[in-house]
Write a protein that binds this ligand. Structure first.
Ligand SMILES: *Cc1c(COP(=O)(O)O)cnc(C)c1O
Length: 345
């Protein structure tokens, strides 16, 4: 195989879910949108289902298909984007629970799929998805009379524990939902870490299960290593890669590895990323190309066969920091070309 190897540890995903579950006294669902944050939603959901998870969340209805196919009719699969006009057939056929985001969606749902389960998403200040205070006030009685499975909202700043937006959204959520019979949910990974006031009846972790911040105690889930295709010695003053972007300041040894921006190694990492051979850091030099990276391996005692980008020496968030982004983006950009080895339950 001349493509990178992406190793995915499903036992670690399950361990992280259990650790997050143990922080609350309520139910814990699992968010598997964007193909399980890039790691394979069917495999991830299967492992979590075996561990006892019975409620999953996806962003859009289509994302539920591989999960329903893998797990059958038992688990509840909820859709954050709600019930869009073209979604009715998929929602019915796959037995999905849309989180209705507007009066329009509520009306459409009750007209097209009466008796079909649904939830409600409220906006408590993020201004992204969900019914606002006044809208909710107008339809709450009708919606609640149809027994929603869940009433939820989402925190905008939960990864910053001291942000005043957190207590503000908590207060808004309570104001909009105190006294209702339906189960309530406010917390994703960050909200779980904010403490019990934020937990309500159900939490919805995503990134923490996949080993990312803000869950700092998470067990790492992935490793990513690249095969070396070619090694060459360059003299002082020679240049490497597109744009001649790097010039050797000393006689150097350059390893060319198989991975590039087409595999989710963002071009902004040009001249910035570090790969590892065992514990020895090897800097990426020159530009990231579509399919190749050039790495300075001058300081290694012998020519390497492979180099590691994500592993014990550098986790997903370390790499994200170097790329000026977040672990969520690194994970969801992981390419389709990798030789994926998924192990665990
Ligand atoms: C993505 C998402 C989650 C999961 O968030 P994490 O930060 O990954 O735990 C939960 N709820 C909603 C509405 C989301 O969009």
């Amino acid at each position: 195989m001349s493509t990178g190897r992406l190793i995915i540890d499903l036992d670690a995903v399950v361990a992280n879910w259990r650790a997050l579950d143990a922080m609350t006294n309520c139910k814990t669902a699992a968010v598997v949108k964007a193909d399980g944050y890039g790691l394979g939603s069917a495999n991830v959901a299967k492992a979590l289902f075996k561990a006892g998870v019975r409620q999953f969340f996806v962003a859009v209805a289509e994302e539920a298909a591989p999960i329903r196919e893998e797990l059958g009719p038992k688990p509840e699969i909820c859709v954050f984007s709600g019930h869009m006009a073209g979604d009715t057939d998929v929602i019915r056929e796959l037995g999905l629970t849309p989180m209705l985001n507007s009066v329009e969606q509520l009306t459409h749902h009750l007209e097209t799929l009466p008796e079909h389960p649904f939830g409600i998403q409220l906006d408590t200040g993020m201004n992204r998805l969900g019914m606002e205070m006044q809208e909710w006030a107008a339809v709450a009685e009708l919606a609640l009379s149809q027994k929603p499975r869940l009433v939820m909202s989402h925190l905008a700043c939960a990864d910053e524990p001291d942000h005043p937006m957190n207590p503000y959204q908590l207060a808004q959520f309570k104001k909009m939902t105190d006294g209702i019979q339906a189960p309530r949910s406010l917390a994703a990974t960050g909200g779980i870490l904010l403490g019990p006031e934020y937990h309500f009846d159900l939490t919805r972790p995503g990134i923490g299960m996949y080993g990312g911040l803000p869950f700092a105690q998470a067990t790492p889930v992935i490793e990513l290593e690249f095969p070396v295709i070619q090694i060459r010695d360059v003299a002082e003053g020679e240049v490497v890669g597109y744009g001649n972007a790097w010039q050797a300041a000393r006689p150097s040894r350059i390893a060319t590895v198989s991975a590039g921006y087409a595999d989710g190694i963002m071009r902004i990492l040009s001249d910035k990323a570090t790969l590892y051979h065992g514990d020895t850091p090897c800097p990426l030099v020159g530009r990231v190309s579509m399919d190749l990276l050039t790495i300075d391996v001058t300081d290694l005692p012998e020519p390497p066969k492979k180099l590691t980008l994500i592993g014990p020496q550098q986790n997903v968030d370390d790499l994200a920091r170097a790329a000026n982004t977040i672990g969520y983006e690194v994970l969801t950009q992981l390419g389709a070309r990798y030789n994926r080895k998924t192990f665990g339950k």
